[in-house]
Design a protein around this ligand. Structure first.
Ligand code: 13P
Ligand code: SF4
Length: 313
């Protein structure tokens, strides 16, 4: 089917079924363009919580659709492709977390939102890339913290807060490959560019730590995907180097046609995010596939750390 016909059919089905389409900032352009809301993990969860639609078609990865189901138990949550997983979320399961907790009695567990519902249910606090430091700072100072699953974000939070933090050895294969971005090289290639780095998976720990070292003296900033989107809109700079998944450049260019954007690496492509296509989105609405439903008892447990996060932020 041609793109225009697919778009028209999607809009018709959406209205007929009282559905809302949520898309992450890394989705392919056609999916972002037809979505009702495009955002980061936190923004998408908040939208899932406040929408009055009866059905949510979640164009993102599985843990994000699960989070929507946890927050909106009364809604039908669909993901257009069940295989859209997350390499970072799969680095830890509930059994491994229970074992880690038993080795560290009394420690407080802070889980990044990139985790399964089962792992969230074993956690004390949830956090996102935009609020991880704030969440850790809100935990009593005498408490040891187990931070999971991303080791780069954890190292960054540890360096900023100075807290006693045990770090789970997890990473996102996409961001890890960006490697040790040479800020000196980047400044050399794009001397007028602001450098924006995603903290979640990190381009690397050293990259983030360098950003602290250079803070104020160079144009380096750390943001969640939505933080980046907001920053490029408001900044007086006209050129940006973006260290995260390249899907985000679509919205940046669309919102800021006069500004220039360079990816830190053209190869930063999340194949899980790219599994969602406009055709699959259409099939999802048409056939109401594939439902992501977190069972009620598990959802209630997994909601607690999310609720604590929301009450702090
Ligand atoms: P954000 O919450 O910043 O959108 O990040 C989610 C994610 O999975 C990026 O890899
Ligand atoms: Fe997961 Fe990495 Fe893809 Fe984000 S970019 S969804 S952390 S695999």
């Amino acid at each position: 089917m041609q793109l225009q016909i697919l778009n028209d059919e999607i809009l018709r089905l959406k209205k007929e079924k009282n559905a809302i389409i949520l898309a992450h900032n890394y989705q392919v352009p056609e999916v972002q363009d037809i979505a009702d809301f495009v955002g980061d993990s936190l923004g998408l969860s908040q939208m899932a919580g406040k929408t009055e639609a009866e059905m949510i078609v979640f164009c993102g990865v599985h843990f994000m659709a699960e989070t929507a189901s946890i927050i909106s138990q009364d809604k039908k949550v669909l993901i257009p492709d069940l295989q859209a997983g997350c390499s970072l979320a799969s680095t830890i399961n509930a059994e491994q977390l229970r074992e880690w907790k038993s080795e560290n009695p009394g420690a407080v567990v802070v889980s990044y939102v990139n985790t399964t519902a089962e792992v969230k249910a074993e956690s004390d606090y949830c956090c996102t890339s935009s609020n991880a430091v704030k969440i850790v700072n809100a935990i009593p100072k005498d408490k040891k913290i187990l931070f999971l699953p991303d080791k780069y974000l954890a190292s960054y939070v540890k360096a900023v807060t100075g807290r006693e933090i045990e770090i789970w050895d997890g990473a996102c294969h996409v961001h890890e490959k960006i490697g040790d971005l040479s800020l000196e090289d980047a400044k050399g290639a794009y001397p007028n560019a602001e450098i924006l780095i995603h903290p979640e998976c990190g381009c690397s720990t050293s990259c983030m730590l360098k950003s602290l070292k250079y803070k104020g003296s160079q144009n380096i900033k750390i943001f969640s995907t939505e933080g980046m989107i907001n920053h490029v809109r408001e900044s007086e700079a006209n050129e940006f180097l973006i260290a995260t998944e390249v899907g985000i450049l679509h919205r940046m260019k669309k919102d800021n046609p006069r500004k220039t954007f360079h990816p830190a690496s053209e190869e930063s492509v999340c194949e899980y995010m790219k599994m969602i296509t406009i055709e699959k989105l259409y099939n999802s609405l048409l056939n109401e596939e594939y439902e992501v439903k977190v069972p009620r008892e598990l959802a209630l447990k997994a909601y607690l750390p999310i609720e604590r996060m929301i009450s702090i932020c």
